[in-house]
Every structure is written in C-alpha cells, then in structure tokens.
Design a protein around this ligand. Structure first.
Ligand SMILES: NC(=O)NCCC[C@H](N)C(=O)O
Length: 261
C-alpha cells in the first residue's frame, strides 16, 4: 500500500520502441538513447513535484508499452484493465494488472468484444469523457459505464476522427477547464468550459498538484498562456515519443485515490 503521496505508474521504454505504432502522422526515426533520457526527465519532473513513482516491469516485446496510460483506467479505488484497440498492445496489460492489484485497487477488465484505450478517457471530477475512436469501440464505452457508473461517474462519449485518442485532442486544467487546439478538438460545445490553446501539444497537460501543469516542451506559446493564467507550466521534452503519437499524459497513470493516499 502507498503512503500519503500520490503515485504515478510509469513503464520504461523497451528496446523495440522505434517500432511503435503510428496512425495519423508520418513515421520518423526514433533515437532510443534520447527517448530514454527524455523518459527519465519526465519521471524526474513527477518526482520533483512529490509523486511516488511505481515502475511497471518493462515489456520488452511490446514497442508501445511505455505509453502505459492506455492499459488501465482508475476511478476511485477501481482499476479497469483495458483491452487495447491495437491487438499488438494487448500483452501489455498483464503486468499492469499485477501492479495495480498490488497497490490495493479492485480490478475489473474490459472483455471481448469491447476495446478501450486509456488515452481515450478524460476524467474531470465525476465526469468521465470517453472518445469513440479508432481504438475504443461502443462496447468498450458500455463496459466503462457499467464499471464506473455505479461509483458515481457520468460517462460522456465523444465521437473522434481526427486524432488517435480523446486526450490527443483535449485534457483539463486544475479548475476543470477543458483545453484543446481548434484543429483537432471537434465540437468544443461538449465541454462546459473550454479554452482554445495555440499549439496542438499544448492541449496535453498532466496536473502535477497545486498550480503546476506539466506539458510538452514543443508547446512554448501555450506554456506562456498557462503562466499568464496563473498556472506554473513545467515543460518537458518528449520529442521522441511525439514521433510515435505519444503525449505527456500517456507516459504515466496518475493514481490520486488509492486507499491510503
Ligand atoms: N494515450 C496516448 O496518447 N497514447 C499514445 C500511444 C501511441 C502509440 N504509438 C499507439 O499508437 O498506440
């Protein structure tokens, strides 16, 4: 069981990272050594802001395993192990399930024919937005609702076509304002408070606690906007992961509601 600090699950990039899936962008070559340094920088930023790091054992046969967010969705003390939409990513979930069970979560699983990627799930308070994407199907959404609805969550599906995951398009600031870039966001009217940001990767924030928001170094104008709004932007270079359609959110699973946390 954890102590009083929030816990972040992370997963070290494996030797096959460069073979990771690419769907909406051109493939470009990934430098594994630079990727490892960037991953270490990302983990260090979480640690610096008080997060306890729990490393899921690496999955060296799975190129995309570093994008650990896609494998599990946690609400309250329940961890829903996903069934990733890409078949090549399904072996990633086993070690994640063992890790969250060891942390004291109750475990549920998405079952066939459902598919769900954690990158499609954005929690804002008790509202759980879920992208109906190339990776998450309607049965996956139905199962998500069946698991989290009884825990008080309202599940709001969002049709997607321009991006890989919902959180490739939108995330939320500490006050719940949803942020997104006009080119990818679709219908911003779905969100009660919406703020457009000037860069696509600026729409991806990890809430570090207090006013600190981690975002990709590739979004300097959005970092200025957040600073101007009274937040403390924490830029981290994740360029090698962006080549594989990864965002800052997908490199960790933030557990704020574990028993004892
Ligand atoms: N949640 C995320 O944004 N995940 C990124 C996953 C990228 C990976 N290359 C994939 O296509 O599955």
């Amino acid at each position: 069981m954890t102590g009083s600090r929030p816990t972040a699950l992370v997963r070290r990039p494996g030797p096959r990272l460069a073979e990771g899936l690419v769907t909406h962008i051109e493939r470009s070559s990934v430098d594994p050594a630079a990727a490892l340094r960037q991953w270490q920088g990302y983990v260090a930023a979480l640690e610096l802001h008080g997060w306890e790091i729990r490393e899921v054992p690496s999955a060296d046969d799975c190129p995309d395993a570093v994008f650990v967010e896609d494998t599990v969705v946690v609400h309250r003390n329940v961890a829903l192990i996903t069934r990733p939409g890409a078949a090549s990513r399904r072996p990633e979930t086993e070690a994640v399930e063992e890790t969250v069970a060891a942390l004291g979560c109750a475990v549920a699983r998405v079952r066939e024919p459902g598919t769900l990627d954690g990158g499609d799930v954005l929690k804002v308070g008790d509202t759980v937005y879920v992208g109906r994407s190339g990776r998450t199907n309607s049965e996956g959404i139905r199962q998500l609702r069946a698991v989290f609805g009884p825990l008080g969550a309202t599940v709001v599906p969002v049709p997607l076509d321009r991006v890989l995951h919902l959180k490739s398009a939108v995330t939320a600031l500490p006050d719940g304002t949803v942020v997104g870039h006009r080119a990818t966001v679709g219908d911003s009217g779905l969100y009660p408070r919406f703020l457009p940001v000037p860069e696509e990767s600026g729409a991806h924030v990890v809430l570090l606690g207090g006013n600190a928001v981690l975002l990709a170094a590739s979004a300097p104008r959005t970092a200025e906007l957040y600073a101007d709004l009274g937040y403390t932007p924490v830029p981290v270079d994740i360029g090698e992961f962006e080549k594989l359609e990864g965002c800052v959110t997908c490199l960790s699973v933030r557990l704020r509601e574990l028993p004892g946390v």
